[in-house]
Design a protein around this ligand. Structure first.
Ligand code: FES
Length: 164
């Protein structure tokens, strides 16, 4: 195989991946996430294995397999934030939002509340370690987060405490 043939081969695969990413981006934009049913349909229509589509979707963090809530909360679980109590902040957040305890711990997938108001996800460092622990809501950073000051932060985004 010479260099020219190899270039052709590379271009063919680049084109396929680019095409797939374009289609997946359109789905994400129109649906707000990538529903399983649409991945299945896409797999059948293009003759591409479903596992390949899943590996693409899970590789790129801008794709989501879950519906995304109106507000996205990202909790930093990097070393500095972890040392300063990020785990307690995350646990309190899950409790306030009615998310199953520990559901966001592995950080691979985001978790969205039943009312679709909030999506919680995890980051590894915002580069703001001096104000750890840190979380962001819709891209706005909040430093020195604690379980106690969480309700005030959430209230700024429409959250109200429910009396159980
Ligand atoms: S570790 Fe959390 S901002 Fe750096």
């Amino acid at each position: 195989m010479d260099s020219h043939v190899l270039d052709t081969l590379i271009a063919r695969y680049e084109a396929e991946e680019g095409r797939l990413l374009g289609i997946l981006s359109e789905i994400q934009e129109q649906e707000g996430y990538i529903p399983h049913d649409l991945l299945l349909m896409l797999s059948e229509k293009l003759g591409i294995r479903l596992s390949r589509l899943y590996s693409l979707v899970t590789f790129y963090s801008f794709f989501s397999l879950q519906p995304i809530g109106e507000h996205v909360i990202t909790v930093c679980m990097g070393t500095a934030c972890h040392v300063k109590g990020a785990e307690a902040v995350l646990a309190a957040l899950e409790q306030h939002l009615g998310i199953e305890a520990g559901a966001t711990q592995d950080g691979k997938f985001s978790v969205t509340t039943k009312d679709n108001q909030f999506t919680v996800t995890i980051a590894r460092c915002f580069g703001a370690c001096s104000i750890a622990p840190v979380l962001s809501v819709d891209g706005n950073l909040f430093g020195y987060a604690t379980p106690e000051n969480l309700p005030a932060i959430l209230a700024g985004y429409g959250w109200r405490e429910h009396a159980d």
